[in-house]
Design a protein around this ligand. Structure first.
Ligand code: SF4
Length: 154
């Protein structure tokens, strides 16, 4: 807990520096955003010097030289939410790895990434609203450790 507190204190001191490095001219903190498909709380929505916006998310994690897909997907979701709520384009997002001396990592976000999020969210909504049972994956490796393995008709 003490370590976490120290990290938080240090992070507060470094936030302006991190934003400047990200090219931000303005920031909106703790933005709870929604649209028809998604909802989420973005740590910071940055206004960048080229007029676009970008989500910034703090991770209490160590950077291991790779940005995991879960983190990327989260940024892609935030990009869709920001574009819908602020009518500004989002081409990138940022992650701050608090346990790696606040390492700032830039993650590009393409139109394809945002399209994929919208399609996936729509598909999930269909499953929930129409009670459609999704097809099983052809990649059986994905079933290892899956939460639904004991109820899934594989
Ligand atoms: S067990 Fe899980 S991963 Fe495998 S098909 Fe079923 S839901 Fe998909």
């Amino acid at each position: 807990m003490r370590g976490r507190e120290l990290h938080t204190q240090k992070l507060e001191q470094n936030k302006d520096y991190l934003r400047r490095r990200a090219g931000a001219v303005e920031k909106l903190s703790d933005q709870y955003l929604t649209n028809d498909l998604l909802r989420g709380k973005v740590d910071e929505v940055l206004v960048l010097n080229d007029g676009t916006m970008a989500p910034l998310d703090y991770k209490f994690a160590v950077y291991e030289n790779v940005v995991y897909l879960t983190y990327k997907t989260q940024l892609h979701c935030y990009a869709v939410l920001i574009e819908d709520n602020f009518s500004k384009q989002v081409n990138k997002g940022f992650l701050v790895y608090v346990r790696s001396k606040n390492k700032l990592i830039e993650v590009e976000i393409s139109s394809k990434d945002k399209k994929m999020i919208k399609e996936t969210a729509e598909n999930i909504l269909q499953i929930v609203e129409k009670n459609v049972f999704p097809r099983a994956t052809h990649f059986k490796k994905r079933c290892l450790g899956c939460t639904y393995a004991n109820i899934c008709i594989k």
